[in-house]
Structure formats: C-alpha cells, structure tokens
Write a protein that binds this ligand. Sequence first.
Ligand code: WT7
Length: 620
Amino acid sequence: MKFVKKSKKGYTPTKEGKKEGQSPPDVYKESKKNRVEFWAKIAREEIDWIKPFKKKYSQKKDSFSWFEDGKLNLCYNALDRHLKKRDRPAIIFIPENQDEKKIEISYKELYKKVNEASALLKKKGVKKEDIVAIYMPPIPEALIFMLACARIGAAHSVVFSAFSPEALRMRIQDGGAKVLVTSNYYFRKGKKMNLSKKVRKACKGLKIKKIVIDRKKAGKTFKKKNPKIIEPEPMNAEDLAFILYTSGTTGKPKGVMHAVGGYTLQAYTSARYIFNLREGERMWCTADIGWITGHTYTCYGPLLNGATTILYEGLLTFPKQDRFLKIIRENKVNAFYTAPTALRMFAINDSYTQKYKNNSLKVLGTVGEPIDEETWNWFFKKIGKGRCPIVDTYWQTETGAAVIASLPGHGPFIPSYAGKPFPGIEYTVINNKRKKASPYEQGLLVQSPPFSPSLIRGVWKNKKRYKKYFIGKYYNASDNAFYDKEGNFRILGRSDDIIKVAGHRMSTAEIENVIESLPKVVEAAIVGKEDKIKGTKVIAFVRTKSPISEKRIIKEVSKKIGPISKPSKVYFVKDIPKTRSGKMMRRILKGLLEGNEIKNTSTLINPESVREIKEIINKN
Ligand code: WT7
C-alpha cells in the first residue's frame, strides 16, 4: 500500500495514508484552541488513573506541573491494562548470533516476569523513590527491570553499556543508587563483550547491591508460573519516574528528571500519533536503552499502546549489511526508527536493498541529528520503496518524547525538515533580540509555555542548572533552527558546546577535562568536524608540557568516558586561540578544520596561533 504521494515540497499522505494515521484529522486545529485541555482530554480518556486528577496544569516561578493531584502507575499503564489481550507479543528479542533463537514474550508472560523482578528488587531493599542503576545490553531483562522499577515506584537510572567503568561509577555515585542491575556479558559484532569486569572496576569500594543476569539466559529468566503479584505503587503524577544522565556544556553529565504523569501521557501519545502504533502493531526502534530514545520508543511508548517492540542485541549490519532488513522481514516490522548515522552506513554498497520488498513497513523514522537530503531520499526510496512517510523526529533527553515531527496522517514530509510541533506543544524561533524571528530567519529554538507534559522537571541534585534551561518565559532547547511560511521547522544543530557524534550527544568540556587530566597535557580543545558516516567526528587540539602520543590520548578518552567519545585525530599545537577573557575559540578551530579563511582575529589574545594551527592542519 502506498501511504504518500509527491507534492510541491516533499510528500503528503495519500487517502490510505490518512486512514492509517492515528492522530485525529482535526488534531492541529483542536489542540490550538486550548493546549492544556488537549492534553488533559487524552490523559482522562486514554491513560488509566488510580486517582483521577482535577488540576490540569500549573506554573510557578521556577517550576510547572501536570495533573498534580492525580495518581497513576507507569507500569500498570504499560502492562496490566493490556492483559485482556494477554497472548500478544510484547517483546520480540533477537540475539545478534543467528544460531540463537529469537524469543517472543507475550504480555501475560512479561507481566509475570515484571512481578517477579519487582519482588526481587523489594527483597534487595528497594523502596519507592530509591534509585536503581541499570547497566545492561538490550536484552529483555533490561526492559523487565525498567518496568519493575516503575511498578514499585523506584526511579531507574539506565547507563549505556558501552560507557566506561568511570562513567558508570560517576552515575552510580551522583544518583546514590542502592542497587545495580547488570549482566555478565553480551555480544557485539560477534565478539563477547565483558561487562562483569567493568562493573567490578566501577563499584570498587562502593556499597551497592548487585543483581547480575546471565546473558546465556536472556529472555528466559523469571520463569515462575505463579509469581507473587506486587501491586503497582500509586504514584503522584509529579513523582520522579526516572533519571537519565546526558551531556551538558560543563564537564559533568547531568541527571535529567522526568515525572510519572507527564511522561506516561506523552510517551503514549507520541508513539501513537507519530508511529501510528496501536494494539498489535510492531515497532523497531534501534536505539539502545541507554539513551532516551530507547526509553521512550523501545520500552515505554510501544508497551503503553499495547504494541510489540522489537529488541535487537547487536550491530545492525552484522554479520552482513542486510541484517536489519532481514529482521524487518522476519518480524513484519511496521514502524522502523533509526538514526541518520545508521542510514549512512546502510547506504554504502546498497545493491542488497533490491532483494527486499519491505512490504510490512508503514512508517519510517529518524532521530538524533539533522538528516541531510541525500540520506532522507535514500531512506525513502531504498527502504520505504517510495511508499512510506518519513517522520524526522526532533527531541532531546530533556523533552522525554518527540516534540517536533510530521504526523503520518497529516504530513508534509519534506527532506531535512522535522516538520511542525507536536499537537499541544508550541515551539518558536527567537533572534538575538529575543524577538520572534520571521520565516526563514535563523535563531534559537525555544518552547513556549504551557510546557509539554514530559519536559524535564529538574536536574538531579542541581537546582541551579535546571534554571539555566529557561530564558525569559521560554524553555531554551539550545538548538539553532528556522521555520518556513507553513510553520515547518528545520533544525540546524546545537547552539552550545555540545556535539553530536553518530547521533550521540557529547560535551566538548567533558572530553577536554579527561585529556587535561593527563599530567603531560596543559590544555585541550575539542571540536566537531563533518564526517560522511558519523555526521560529525571528534577532533582534539592539544597543548602539552612534554611529549605524549596521540594513541595515549585516545586511549584515555576511551577509558574514562567510552569509545564513542574518542577523538579520530589529535593535533598537537603550541597555543590554542583564545579571547582576552581566556575563552577557547572552538569556532575558529572549526573554521580552520573546514579550510576557511579566518579573517577577524582581533578579539584574540594570541592571533599568531591561528597561522600555526593552519600549517599543522595542512601538513597532516
Ligand atoms: C539533541 C538532543 C531525543 C532523541 C535522541 C537525542 C539533536 C535530535 C534531531 C532531529 C535535528 C536533532 C538536537 C537535540 N537532535 N533529534 N530530528 N533533527 N537534530 O537526544 O542525546 O538528548 O540529543 O539532538 O541537537 O538538541 P539527546
């Protein structure tokens, strides 16, 4: 079936496309009348409450809240309420190794497993409001424990399994986690990756209880026929659902806090409207559970809608490039959601795509960084076969769910444009005078109040930093953007010192701190350089006291943060361009990397450094 047709600018839905759409036909018009009531209506009618709310939205000086006096449970909404259709698969787990069988877990089975895991957490002493760290590969038990935390009212803090022991340790300590749930190993690119060793290192001297899941039993643990049922904890809508650490502009990652009510509502609604999810539909979001995308569209979004989530353990192109298409075919995936960097990898030597019809696909999605037109068109033609809408979903760890995206039943789908703000949410662009920008004028992307239900409620143990998210009456996204005459947004990239490498968010300051901790290094500056596959790659400029090798520096970053942050090139320089106030001019370094002529160096305290660095870059 064809869901889209060509239009003047990009594509629009066909009649079938409109019919397939899960957002009401008048959703934009209706939601604009009263944004608070728009959300409240869905919350009342489609979310299950233990105690219904009366208060909808309120805003004070430094805070806002949704459904303040209501009580609900996220796990109940994701599991218990689907038990009538108990035999439908909730999770389909696909191990990387093709000799290992895939495992389907029905809603009924998942319900039992989550209850058993909840009892185990309780036995370990976990109570409401405690933090539980989860350091696991994408295996069903990771989702089982996320749901178990939600069930008993504990907040999970998931840590990406490729992060280093140091990164894990920092997150355990800052969060004050009582229990760590982990696994002994997992497979990646056919290799056995040892997690136990990293955990041992991370937890040295820490008082923390551990639950270790044997990878060999992935998807097969918690088998009790009649486990004890743990009643879902009634949570206030504003209670903490979970924290998730993400990079900020300083060296230290921040724990982004999400509230139960708003998160449940928006994860549910966005998954339904953007991916057309409903009971029985199958969604494959390729993001690891260590990222917010994995939280919202691998775990909670599909389950809140009674859909099936596909969970794949390994590399998308293992053992051969067509692995992801095989998975789509074998599991009849309806919505496929991935990152531009993965798509650029798929597009290399792509004749294999001709062998696949991809008939099951209805919606394609991308996330994490701006998608270039070439990659968009490749995705549209080679994977969607010209039939499927592409939803380019813009959001952040802080927004908890997608906030700007075209809806499949509405369109338009324009390459490189994310589209319109999600119904009930208002974004705009402001210029440096803090005035609303006109169409096509570039500026800062901001969200206007009333704020979206799943927007960040706090930074863990750091009130000051939370305040920094707001400028004037707006929530500042720290992204540059513009919008066209029809109100479609195009995202241009970060406005701060954060770079996105293969869709992963990292702070230049964090990497700089690690390099600067080496005794032989005086200072370091990190900038992003354009890369064909990763979108951006990490480049380091380093000033040293005494010689040190490039390898040593790369190793240190890998060890302290994780391999995803390691520089692909280190330039040793005599001086790093700085302003009189001592601010490193990463913008100039970036310009030099791109081969630009740097004209105005008058604000620099050391203008001669620019010529020297130019020579070094040219030589290498
Ligand atoms: C940053 C947030 C939440 C999804 C995963 C990333 C960039 C995200 C898009 C998009 C252009 C995008 C922004 C944003 N970004 N989606 N569709 N188009 N840029 O979450 O790690 O918190 O990163 O990713 O720069 O601020 P995150």
